[in-house]
Design a protein around this ligand. Structure first.
Ligand code: PAN
Ligand code: ZN
Length: 194
């Protein structure tokens, strides 16, 4: 347990910009930070060397990541794709057996979940909340034409393991299609998979 004491406080979430005031840690991920994520390696290198666009930003509230605390943050994923595969977060598993809640703020997104065997997905938009049960790796994807923005709330002792997704992927990939987007389920739990 930390000896830090957090006082009660309120923050202002600026839904139009993704800002959090007062602000905690901020993380930005550009195409160059996402090596190995996208299926099309040639399209990835072209996107990285030709502009290296911002893909997503996470703005946290000033809450320490320690057991007992409940950190929260706003993620904004820009609209876009690399070789037709829609912009997404790196994705991670929690190191502790802890869940998480995602509250849609603006735009349209997909919450991808992967148990290691089965891939699942849940649409997130303003008024829709996604629940991540303990034990499921998770990633979000912008499936709309506007920035996709959501509030994440998670236990301070959850911990973040990026290696699992880097090694095993998410069991599914999400591409642009005529209908907007298409999820390709590559997991062992997919229909028709052996
Ligand atoms: C979220 C994510 C955030 C960015 O706050 O950390 O959306 O995704 P990556 O961490 O996968 O880059 C969360 O799930 N926290 O636990
Ligand atoms: Zn998480």
């Amino acid at each position: 347990m930390s000896s830090e004491v957090t006082s009660p406080f309120g923050v202002v979430l600026d839904v139009a910009s993704g800002g959090v005031e007062p602000e905690g840690p901020v993380t930005e991920r550009r195409v160059s930070d996402l090596e190995g994520l996208f299926k099309d390696g040639g399209a990835y290198r072209r996107a990285r060397d030709g502009g290296d666009a911002l893909v997503y930003r996470v703005v946290g509230a000033p809450v320490p990541e320690v057991p007992g605390e409940v950190p929260f943050s706003v993620t904004t994923i820009e609209p876009g794709d690399v070789g037709g595969e829609l912009y997404m977060t790196k994705g991670h598993a929690h190191t502790a057996y802890e869940g998480e809640v995602y509250v849609g703020l603006s735009g349209r997104g997909l919450l991808l979940l992967y148990s290691g065997e089965e891939a699942r997905w849940v649409e997130i938009s303003p008024g829709r909340v996604g629940y991540i049960p303990p034990g499921w790796a998770h990633r979000t994807v912008n499936v709309g034409e506007e920035p996709f923005r959501f509030l994440a709330v998670y236990p301070g002792g959850a911990g973040h393991d990026y290696d699992f997704v880097e090694e095993h992927g998410m069991g599914a990939r999400v591409f642009r299609s005529g209908k907007g987007y298409e999820v390709v389920d590559l997991s062992a739990g997919a229909e028709g998979a052996v």
